[in-house]
Design a protein around this ligand. Structure first.
Ligand code: CDP
Length: 749
């Protein structure tokens, strides 16, 4: 065995031993400056850079690239070959033998609760089982909490069925619909969509007339949206049974979860009362249940002997320990908290990997977080190259939502970023919190999908034992204004009596109602206003929706500008995050012409406008200004869709063109006043001591270092979000006049 090998006993006792071979010590100061300043830009291996959007298809056989291939000819042979090759793999999934039982149970009852380990085949196989059933004359919808899962599942299922995907061909049977990206066609039979998109569809078509079955997947994640979907579906079933629904053909509902919390789901759907006001005793509704036993190899768990604060460094050390001691194949999956820690560790791993001996296999780092562009996310599904070990650096996306093949080692930092609404402050923020024991167990399980594995927990065994048993559902800890607006738009007037799987505290519901009143999305009597109806139709938070609706008013007349800004706010980090001081200074200089003294919103506007104007070489323009080209491509996509939606809602005339000239003083003011109209809770004024205090809540905030206003003193600011790292930071900041703030406050009080 190699020197420095950690033997199994040591691992089990939880002691991590330093290796004595040429493993670079992360603590050791680097003598050589890192070759690549930004690993995302320069050190990502070539093959990870350009995965074609529809990688299921070889390029030469793309229907649009090959005119001799007629779409109506049916399916080309390579798709059928792939389908046949995947069949034995499908048949070996734990869910396969249960197909008949699943189909039979849905013949009997309208609702099925299906639980099974991650990877047992629920998301990929169940929709295929259903689609062939005689009752399934329409489409099957499967909801996912995340875009990346919706897209990758659609791709996989299309391959398994030997069909095209999305709008590639009229014969495509599988599609997806995620925010700002709809890939469905006339032939779509199985449609993966994010929960938010299904809710939007429910607004337009409450009885879900285009579907024969709705599968709510990953219900254990308990996002607010899935809780709303469950409530709506329960009402829908009750209406259908009572003959009160416009819908006459059956609708089957399948609830899928990775954890065995069957009882509460069965109780929820089985309870015939859709509203507590119904007092007559009724029979329990019959619900079918099915449990799929997963295939799980043993996973050895190693704890840290001492707690650590610096888990990025701890993770770095373990990655190299594994890499030097454990044979290939065996990829490493590291759970981190977010983009910042992922990018930090990615850079460290790449830097140290450069110093590895030639005979050591290569390391390939692959980040995975929600804001990462789609094609970069899809890289994790590519086979690991020869003599290489993949290191996937992920947020809790990889916990249950996405099955990453090839993983034998898991490193779990024990934390995740969660949305937390602070009732007292009236604000929502992302906080880094310890995960629950059930999440830790899910993470550990990822190591044992294909063979025996190892899980390194970057916390102590005591730390594990003191974690909460289960993750608190989002609905109990987040801002409910969007959820309530969705309900109101869907015709649920009495939100306090909506069937919630877990009822949020009354205080939180009331706070959200008040917030919506402030945004004038609701009228005084609590019914939805015309503005509210428009806001609900946008895939945006009510605050951003309010800004849009405000900008469409004739007296503001700056809708296109506001669309540009909101598009830039919808993607993460338009400006590249730079690591060294030198590069930072260089970037400051290059971006100076984009910066606006009014703050970040107008700076974003100018950036989007300049980029849009640049017709010849946008990539070079981005490089020159240290702007992320990928992010800007996404911005343009969002921008186009928001413009289309505004045209459909008649907020925008169809021939209106985006301005290319920098906004005038008056237009800049109008833009900022619109921002203020939505973000009135996120305003702060300058105090005599030079600090800023929020107008609502009296909280001290500082302008985030990423802002162009960092270090500046202005009488009042409006900002997009709070970030808590040590103290409260305001991010996405603009300077506003105090009397504008007072005007808005007066108009809503
Ligand atoms: O839903 P559940 O977690 O039970 O399993 P699944 O997502 O249906 O995954 C079943 C299997 O399909 C996984 O173990 C993967 O091997 C494969 N799969 C894949 O290769 N690519 C995807 N995008 C999704 C699944």
């Amino acid at each position: 065995s190699r020197p420095g090998k950690v033997d199994d006993e040591q691992k089990q006792s939880g002691v991590l031993v330093e290796t004595k071979t040429s493993v670079p010590d992360p603590k050791e100061k680097r003598t050589k400056p890192p070759k690549h300043q930004n690993p995302r830009r320069s050190s990502t291996p070539a093959h990870t850079k350009q995965i074609p959007r529809n990688s299921a298809q070889p390029k030469h056989e793309h229907p649009r690239g090959n005119r001799s291939f007629k779409q109506s000819d049916g399916v080309p042979p390579y798709l059928l070959k792939k389908r046949d090759a995947l069949l034995p793999i499908r048949k070996s999934l734990p869910i396969w033998p249960q197909a008949d039982a699943i189909k039979a149970s849905l013949k009997k009852n309208n609702v099925l609760v299906l639980t099974g380990e991650t990877g047992s085949g629920k998301s990929t196989q169940v929709p295929q089982f259903l689609a062939k059933e005689p009752w399934c004359s329409k489409c099957v919808a499967i909801t996912q909490p995340r875009r990346v899962a919706a897209i990758s599942l659609a791709r996989r299922v299309a391959e398994e069925m030997g069909t095209f995907m999305g709008s590639q061909s009229p014969t495509a049977k599988v599609g997806y619909s995620v925010r700002f990206d709809n890939a469905t066609g006339p032939g779509t039979k199985i449609k993966f969509l994010t929960e938010g998109m299904l809710l939007q569809e429910m607004l337009r078509d409450p009885v879900m007339s285009q579907y024969s079955a709705i599968v709510a997947d990953e219900v254990h994640e308990r996002s607010v949206n899935v809780d709303l979907i469950l409530g709506f579906l329960k009402n829908l079933v009750a209406d259908m049974e009572a003959g009160k629904s416009k819908r006459k053909d059956p609708l089957k509902i399948i609830i899928m979860s990775a954890t065995a919390d069957v009882e509460s789901l069965v109780h929820f759907f089985g309870d015939p009362t859709s509203s507590p006001t119904t007092t007559e005793p009724q029979n329990q509704r019959q619900i079918s249940t099915c449990f799929v036993e997963g295939r799980q190899y043993p996973v050895k768990t190693v704890y840290l002997p001492q707690p650590t604060q610096d888990w990025v460094e701890a993770a770095l050390k373990i990655i190299f320990q594994i890499h030097y001691k454990e044979p290939l194949p065996g990829d490493i999956l590291v759970f981190l908290t977010g983009q910042d820690t992922i990018e930090g560790l990615e850079k460290l791993v790449n830097d140290y990997a450069e110093g590895m001996d030639k005979d050591v296999p290569k390391l390939l780092t692959l980040p995975l977080f929600a804001a990462l562009p789609q094609h970069a996310q899809q890289c994790i599904f590519q086979p690991t190259p020869f003599r290489t070990r993949k290191v996937i650096l992920a947020t809790n996306i990889a916990e249950t939502s996405v099955t990453v093949p090839g993983v034998r080692y898991v490193i779990d930092c024990g934390k995740s970023k969660v949305k937390q609404f602070r009732n007292r402050l009236g604000l929502e923020s992302l906080l880094v919190k310890p995960i629950s024991r059930s999440a830790a167990i899910q993470r550990q399980g990822r190591a044992g999908r294909e063979a025996a594995g190892q899980c390194y927990r970057l916390y102590t065994e005591d730390g594990f034992n003191t974690m909460d048993e289960r993750t608190i559902p989002e609905i109990l800890r987040c801002d409910l204004s969007q959820a309530i607006l969705t309900m109101k738009a869907r015709g649920v007037n009495d939100v306090l009596n909506f069937p919630f799987l877990d009822r949020p505290p009354r205080e939180a519901l009331e706070k959200a109602l008040l917030q919506l009143l402030h945004l004038q999305a609701l009228s005084e009597d609590g019914s939805i206003s015309e503005a509210g109806l428009n806001i609900a139709k946008f895939p945006l938070t009510p605050t951003l929706g309010r800004v849009l609706v405000e900008a469409a008013k004739p007296e503001r007349d700056c809708l296109l500008d506001v669309i540009d800004i909101i598009s830039a706010l919808s993607v993460e980090n338009v400006f590249l995050n730079l690591v060294t001081e030198e590069r930072k200074e260089e970037a400051e200089e290059a971006r100076r012409e984009l910066y606006r003294r009014e703050g970040d919103h107008l700076t974003l506007l100018v950036t989007v406008q300049r980029y849009a104007e640049e017709r010849s070489d946008r990539k070079t323009w981005c490089e020159k200004h240290f702007v992320s080209h990928r992010a800007m491509q996404n911005v343009m996509n969002v921008r186009k869709q928001l413009q289309q939606q505004c045209t459909q809602l008649k907020l925008l005339a169809s021939d209106e063109q985006s301005s290319t000239s920098a906004p005038s003083e008056a237009r800049s003011q109008a833009v900022l006043q619109c921002m203020l109209r939505g973000f009135i809770s996120n305003t702060a004024r300058l105090m005599p001591d030079g600090s800023y205090k929020t107008l609502m809540g009296n909280l001290t905030v500082a302008i985030h270092p990423s802002s162009v206003l960092f270090g500046r003193k202005v009488e009042a600011i409006v900002f997009n979000e709070f970030v808590f790292t040590g103290k409260a930071w305001a991010r996405g900041v603009s300077a506003v006049q105090l009397n504008w703030v007072s005007e808005v406050v007066e108009s809503i009080m």
